[in-house]
Design a protein around this ligand. Structure first.
Ligand SMILES: Cc1cc2nc3c(=O)[nH]c(=O)nc-3n(C[C@H](O)[C@H](O)[C@H](O)COP(=O)(O)OP(=O)(O)OC[C@H]3O[C@@H](n4cnc5c(N)ncnc54)[C@H](O)[C@@H]3O)c2cc1C
Length: 420
């Protein structure tokens, strides 16, 4: 079958790889000039199997209330809001019940565990290098309540077969001496031992290279404007290239993997995907003092920040802002990243020349991605991965390949089935 994928981010490129491995002819159409130039460009760099809990959980409404009015709040709902933002916000609140949060955690956790196994296989098969580290992710808790929450999460992770253990503050420092200065403030930690970190952009670019060598056709600089439909099937995709020329691309089946822009493309198929672009920031800085810089990837559970070592750089990422497709960098939110770095790891990095970046997480209200078939016979979705697009990339791509091939995926997950 000839399958056309819209989007060459983490999700689209991974999908291309697994579809090609299954013997399909694959074309990836991407409006940018290369792979991974949008949300997959400078993310937090974590493969975080140990973080399946969605933002929408029973603590979230109170936490969001506490942060209201703070410009550096980890989660910011900017006003005035358009109807789509209100709607997404209401759906988010509905997902905050204990039952739904637990159900969503299990779904994401199963997909994450599956994805982690596939990533290891992919690495040994392709030998791609992307400054990866397999030292895990260490979650830090700064108060008793957060630590108790972490302990409950670690029990769920064990049920899911994800290797995670709770550490005392001393054990955190034993694992990474760079935590020495913060140790007196720590309530404890949780180490996701199966977790990894690295450069997601490099990963995607390298995977696109091996996919191309394996026969995948990448058409860059081509913006898909419309899906053409006939008899409840997609017949072709209309595009405009970087010179303004119009054309079309035709396949037997189509996959929308266009990140936050998937929603508008799916609308043409008559389907409403519950995706909202949730903006996040990152800052990349150079390591100044090896001894003070963490080598394990860090998640600060109290302030919702993450940090990953990428070669001789540190990537600090976090914050969630609901403000449409706006990608402007707010100086207050940028500075909050560096303040966090200096607070936890004083002197570790040269903060004088940070590279700031913002990206739009394609977020569903419950953080469960949209993987499966649309209401049209030959249109599929692999999108809506929100905070965990890299963590879930391989598993989502393999599962969608199975669905397209009419095989049962090897993971229990609420796959999308087209809604009329
Ligand atoms: C600050 C931040 C930190 C994060 N940290 C992590 C982390 O540590 N670990 C993790 O697992 N995840 C993390 N994420 C989430 C992860 O980066 C995303 O989920 C992931 O990048 C989404 O990938 P994607 O391929 O679905 O979307 P994208 O990377 O946005 O790719 C979609 C592609 O589709 C193309 N496209 C869109 N519309 C069209 C069109 N009409 N025609 C042609 N092409 C089109 C775009 O140009 C783009 O290249 C983070 C995100 C942010 C913002």
């Amino acid at each position: 079958m000839h399958i056309v994928i819209i989007g060459a981010g983490l999700t689209g490129v991974s999908t291309a790889w697994y579809l090609r491995k299954a013997g399909h002819q694959v074309t990836v159409v991407e409006r940018r000039e290369a792979a991974a130039l949008e949300t997959s460009f400078a993310n937090g760099g974590q493969i975080s199997l140990s973080h399946p809990e969605p933002w929408a959980n029973p603590q979230a409404p109170l936490t969001v209330m506490r942060w209201l009015g703070r410009r550096d709040a980890p989660l910011l709902f900017r006003l005035p809001a358009e109807p789509a933002r209100w709607r997404w916000g209401m759906e988010f609140l509905r997902e905050c019940t204990p039952y739904r949060a637990y159900r969503n955690t299990l779904a994401i956790g199963r997909l994450a565990a599956y994805s982690g196994r596939l990533l290891r296989d992919l690495r040994s098969e392709t030998q791609i290098e992307y400054q990866q580290l397999q030292r895990g992710v260490l979650h830090l808790y700064f108060n008793k309540g957060d630590l108790q929450h972490g302990q409950r999460q670690s029990r769920i992770l064990q049920e899911l077969g994800i290797n995670a253990s709770v550490l005392t503050p001393d054990e955190c420092v034993d694992y990474d001496a760079a935590l020495g200065s913060v140790q007196p403030r720590l309530a404890g930690g949780m180490l996701g031992r199966d977790d990894e970190s690295g450069d997601a952009h490099l990963f995607t670019v390298k995977l696109a290279e091996v996919a191309q060598q394996a026969g995948v056709n990448f058409q860059y600089g081509c913006d898909i404007e419309r899906l053409m439909l006939e008899d409840r099937r997609v017949t072709s995709l209309h595009l405009v290239d970087s010179f303004g020329r119009r054309g079309a691309v035709t396949g037997d089946a189509y996959v929308i993997a266009a990140g936050s822009f998937s929603k508008s493309l799916a609308r043409r198929a008559g389907e409403r995907l519950p995706i909202y672009p949730v903006k996040g920031y990152s800052a990349t800085v150079t390591v100044r003092d090896e001894k003070r810089a963490p080598s394990v990837s860090i998640t600060d559970e109290s302030r919702r920040m993450v940090c990953a070592r990428i070669g001789d750089r540190l990537r600090i990422a976090g914050t969630a802002e609901l403000n449409g497709f706006n990608l402007e960098l707010d100086p207050t939110r940028c500075e909050a990243l560096l303040d966090w770095m200096e607070d936890l790891f004083p002197g570790a990095a040269d903060l004088s020349h940070p590279t700031y970046w913002a990206g739009l997480r394609p977020a569903t209200p419950n953080n469960v991605p949209i993987i499966g078939r649309s209401r049209l016979g030959n249109l599929f979705y692999n999108t809506g991965h929100g905070t965990l697009g890299w963590t879930l990339a391989c598993g989502s791509a393999q599962a969608l390949t199975d669905i397209i091939d009419k095989q049962p995926p090897d993971v229990k997950f609420p796959f999308w089935k087209g809604r009329s």
